[in-house]
Design a protein around this ligand. Structure first.
Ligand code: NAP
Length: 317
C-alpha cells in the first residue's frame, strides 16, 4: 500500500511523485510504457523556464532520476481499473458520529496486481492521433512514423513528409531538415498552431517545402512507403510526393475510458477537472495532458503535478 498511486510517469506524473515524496508520503507510479511520456519524442525542448535547451529524453531522464532519488517507486504495469475498497467495519469517532476518513482505493493492473492507496492521481497523458487512412497501420514502421526523434535517423539523405501544424510537426520538420534531402510539411490549413519562432526557422530552410491546405489522402508503396498522395482542400487537386518517410504529428488523444467509472470525461475523452486538479471523486485527482485544459505544455504538466500531489497529500492528511 502506497500513500498516493500515480497512474502515468510522464512529466505530470513524475512531477507529482517529486511533490508527494517531498511532502513526506510514499508515491507509487504505475506506467504502461516507458517513463517520460510524449516528451521523450521531442528532439529539443526550448521553452521550459530556466533550461534554455535540453532534449526531451534528457529532460525525462532527469525528472525520473529526481523522483526515484527521493524515494518514489516506479512499476511498469498498466493500470486497468480503479475501485473503492469495500469497507469491513465502519469507524466511529468519540462523539459517536461516523468518522470522515479517506477511503482506500484499489488499482488493478493488466499484470494482475492490485495496489492500494488513499489517493490516486490520474496522469495518463495522451497518445498519438492516427490519420485513419488506408494502410496506415500496415506501413507503420515501414515508412510511417509518429516519432521523428526515434525514427528520423533512418531517413538521412532521403525525402520525407511531416503532417500537422502544431509544435510537434514544426519541431519534427526542423529536426528532419537537418539531414533529410527534402522535407514536405503538409498541413490542412494556412495558419499554424505551432510557435511563430519555429515556423520562421522552417521558412529559412531551403530543403523545406510547405504544402498547405492539403491532406494526406493515400499512402503508396508495397512492402514499404515510397510516396504519399496529398489533396488540396480548396481546389481538389491531387499531387504525388515521392517520400521514404511520413511523420504523422497531428496531435494527441486521451485514453481515459477505463477510469470513466470514477471520473467524468468530457466529449473528447479528457478528464473533467479544473486548475485545482480535483475530479469531484474523493481521493481521485488528475494532472497533465489527460485533463480538460486549454494549454498542454511541459510547464503546465509539471504545474499540475505539483497541484495534484499537494491536494492528494492534504486529502489523506
Ligand atoms: P496540436 O497542437 O494539437 O496540433 C495538431 C495539428 O494537427 C494541428 O495543426 C491540426 O490542425 C492538425 N490535425 C489534427 N487532426 C488532423 C487530421 N485528422 N488530419 C490532418 N491534420 C490534423 O498537437 P501537437 O503539435 O502534437 O502538440 C500537442 C501539445 O503539445 C500542444 O499544446 C503543443 O504546444 C505541445 N507541444 C509542446 C512542445 C514544446 O513545448 N516544446 C513540443 C511539442 C508539442 P488544425 O490546426 O487545423 O486543427
Amino acid at each position: 500500500m502506497a500513500d498516493v498511486i500515480i497512474i502515468g510517469a510522464g512529466p505530470a506524473g513524475l512531477s507529482a511523485a517529486i511533490y508527494v515524496q517531498r511532502a513526506g508520503k510514499q508515491a507509487l507510479l504505475l506506467e504502461a510504457m516507458t517513463y517520460g511520456g510524449q516528451i521523450v519524442n521531442t528532439p529539443e525542448v526550448e521553452n521550459y523556464p530556466g533550461i534554455p535547451k535540453i532534449s526531451g529524453f534528457d529532460f525525462a531522464t532527469a525528472l525520473y532520476e529526481q523522483a526515484t532519488a527521493l524515494g518514489a517507486e516506479l512499476v511498469f504495469d498498466k493500470a486497468e481499473k480503479i475501485e473503492k475498497k469495500p469497507e469491513d467495519t465502519p469507524e466511529s469517532t468519540t462523539e459517536g458520529k461516523p468518522a470522515t476518513k479517506a477511503e482506500v482505493l484499489q488499482v488493478t493492473t493488466s499484470g494482475g496486481a492490485v495496489y492500494e492507496a488513499k489517493a490516486v492521481i490520474l496522469a495518463t497523458g495522451a497518445r498519438n492521433r492516427k490519420l485513419m487512412i488506408d494502410r496506415e497501420e500496415e506501413l507503420t514502421g515501414r515508412g510511417v512514423s509518429y516519432c521523428a526523434t526515434c525514427d528520423g535517423a533512418f531517413y538521412k539523405g532521403k525525402p520525407v513528409a511531416v503532417n500537422g501544424g502544431g509544435n510537434t510537426a514544426l519541431e519534427d520538420a526542423l529536426f528532419l531538415s537537418n539531414y533529410c534531402s527534402r522535407v514536405y510539411l503538409v498541413h490542412r490549413r494556412e495558419g499554424f498552431r505551432g510557435e511563430p519562432q519555429a515556423l520562421e526557422a522552417l521558412r529559412g530552410k531551403e530543403n523545406v517545402e510547405f504544402v498547405l491546405n492539403a491532406t494526406v489522402t493515400k499512402l503508396t508503396g508495397d512492402s514499404k512507403l515510397t510516396g504519399i498522395q496529398v489533396t488540396d482542400k480548396l481546389t481538389g487537386a491531387v499531387r504525388e510526393l515521392e517520400v521514404d518517410g511520413l511523420f504523422i504529428a497531428i496531435g494527441q488523444e486521451p485514453e481515459n475510458r477505463a477510469f470513466g467509472n470514477m471520473v467524468t470525461l468530457d466529449k473528447a475523452g479528457y478528464i473533467s477537472a479544473g486548475e485545482d486538479c480535483t475530479t469531484g471523486t474523493p481521493g481521485v485527482f488528475t494532472a497533465g495532458d489527460c485533463r480538460t485544459k486549454a494549454v498542454r505544455q511541459l510547464t503546465t504538466a509539471a504545474s499540475d503535478g505539483a497541484v495534484a500531489a499537494l491536494a492528494a497529500c492534504s486529502y489523506i492528511g
